[in-house]
Write a protein of this length. Structure first.
Lengths: 114, 115
């Protein structure tokens, strides 16, 4: 079975500072990796995904994530955050076959401070 | 953009009452999921369907929850009777099993408060 661990439940950061949200996964087979963002009172929106190929993937709103197979990690980064990035961020994994649902981490609440 | 539509957006009900939440998946998507989000548990998978057939509902309390897909354009989640501990945001998501690389599209959720 797959599992996802988001190491930080809350991350406060000042505006225009860089941020890294950490995600580690566990799986005995290859997986797809996703980051979703949830703005207040909204549903989850796909931020970016790793399918194969280059380990550095770029997403919307200036976010990027790096897949590290040896460390089974998929950390999310942004070089300079804005107030509008305040949201909950979820890391998730999916089997390549698509026969099982996404497995989510518990989320990291990013708070950007002016 | 194609959307997953959930109704109602908010629901306040008294303990013991029946609650029905509805979801309209994206046209053509053959897989539909119901998730529940709470502060304590995060996102929990309640049930999911493929081609309208239930594949797994092990995440649901069977005595009070039921999930159905009367047709390809409607999924329902029913709670009867409701309890205060059911207060949560319930999300529906849809996707295509043959393209897991696309992830799922989530609705905006139904915020349920049971008093």
């Amino acid at each position: 079975a797959q599992s996802v661990t988001q190491l930080d439940s809350q991350v406060p950061v000042f505006e225009e500072a860089p941020v890294e949200l950490r995600c580690n996964y566990s799986s005995s087979v290859s997986v797809y990796l996703f980051w979703y963002v949830q703005y207040p009172n909204q549903g989850l929106q796909l931020l970016l995904k790793y399918l194969s190929g280059s380990t550095l993937v770029k997403g919307i709103n200036g976010f990027e994530a790096e897949f590290n197979k040896s460390q089974t990690s998929f950390h999310l980064r942004k070089p300079s955050v804005h107030i509008s990035d305040t949201a909950e961020y979820f890391c998730a994994v999916s089997l390549l076959s698509g026969n099982t649902p996404l497995v989510f981490g518990k989320g990291t609440r990013l708070s950007v401070i002016a | 953009d194609a959307r997953v539509t959930q109704t109602p957006r908010h629901k306040v009900t008294e303990m013991g009452q029946e609650v029905t939440m509805r979801c309209q998946p994206i046209l053509g998507h053959n897989t539909v999921f119901w998730y529940r989000q709470t502060m304590m548990q995060g996102l929990e998978l309640l049930a999911y369907f493929r081609n309208r057939a239930p594949l797994d509902d092990s995440g649901m309390p069977k005595d009070r929850f039921s999930a159905e897909m009367p047709d390809a354009t409607l999924a329902t989640l029913k709670i009867q009777p409701s309890e205060p501990r059911d207060s949560a945001v319930y999300f529906c998501a849809s996707g295509l099993v043959r393209t897991p690389r696309d992830g799922y599209t989530f609705g905006s959720g139904t915020r349920l408060t049971v008093v």
